[in-house]
Design a protein around this ligand. Sequence first.
Ligand SMILES: Nc1ncnc2c1ncn2[C@@H]1O[C@H](COP(=O)(O)OP(=O)(O)OP(=O)(O)O)[C@@H](O)[C@H]1O
Ligand SMILES: [Mg+2]
Length: 385
Amino acid sequence: MANPFKPSAGSTPPLLVGRGEVLDDFAAALADGAGAPGRLAFVTGARGVGKTVMLTKMGDIAHAEGWVVIDETATGGLIDRLTRSVRAARHETGVLDRPRTRGFSFGIATLGTISKDYELAPADPHDLRIEIGRLLDSPIMADGGLLITVDEIHTIDTDELEQLAAITQHLIREDRNIALVMAGIPQAVDQLLADNAQRPRVSTFLRRAEMVVLGKVDEADVADSFLQTARDADRAWPAEIARECATATGGYPFMIQLVGYHTWRTEQGTEITNEHAQRGIAVARRKIGQLVHAPALQDLSDVDKTILVAMAQDDGPSRSSDIAQRIGKNTSYVSVYKGRLERSGLIEVLPNGTLSFSTPELREYLREHAAHYAMATTGPDEVAP
Ligand SMILES: Nc1ncnc2c1ncn2[C@@H]1O[C@H](COP(=O)(O)OP(=O)(O)OP(=O)(O)O)[C@@H](O)[C@H]1O
Ligand SMILES: [Mg+2]
């Protein structure tokens, strides 16, 4: 039997742990009718926390309610691709184009008259709004709407963002059945807001979007999901061992799939043993660095990384004053970065003000790669936003 776990970016897991409330809220936003706040949303959270999967699940909900769902990534040409997809969806609903061709005829003395139909160039940006209107006017869309999901929002081109904002705002104002959910890491969302502060239309649009911040999930729910997955496959996974595996995930979604996959995979018989679990956990710990931590660290500034490396010297939560001392700065300098790192989802600031890592194995990964990441300690100060 195939391994049910899916430890790769964007793959839908066998069981989605701990996101029931977010999905219920989204379903309610669809049911609440045009203009419901949750219909314009940003899904954000650290790398590997499950943003792409959340877009897929939201799409499934909308689809089940009879909506048309279009999933896109924010790379160049977004508006053009959306226009084409909406047009294709409209064709599927049975509403075809009015004749969109224009006849040309011209005479060439010796050959007589040649005439040909030329198709009009498609996908002029302002077509998108018209196309969406025509799709939603289709009789079979009477009860449904259109959900557009846009992943990797940091790659969006400013002009395309402006167009998307204008189109969405018009459609919302017209009480159209439309929902737009965008996803990206918190730094990208912050950056979008900062970059567009001087563009009233875009910044109002971005600020109106509901923020859906994804974090880690409850370890008890992770253990339950392991047990459920085993039951579904008729395999024995003793509760004690499932709990230990769950603890090793730290409730971190990518790690759930890694531990699940490598534990499951190591078995030969019908029962998952402690030995399988220990091996699975060890492999998962090795893999998460390259799959999640390396790309997450790449998103950060040198000072952010230096602070994380300084934190990794501690075996538990770090005090700001110790970090400041280690990097040769004062505590107010550290506190600016502390806020940034907390928003990125990589660390938590505990009630007593100490800093703790949020993702499993990040400390160990940083210790191993300290030489590579701690480069800014003696460099010039960065200006924090
Ligand atoms: N709620 C969840 N329960 C169990 N597994 C999950 C959950 N959410 C995501 N996963 C798993 O975690 C991994 C990462 O998910 P996903 O690719 O959606 O993360 P992401 O936030 O989009 O990451 P990135 O920022 O790198 O794009 C996938 O293997 C997915 O199956
Ligand atoms: Mg993703």
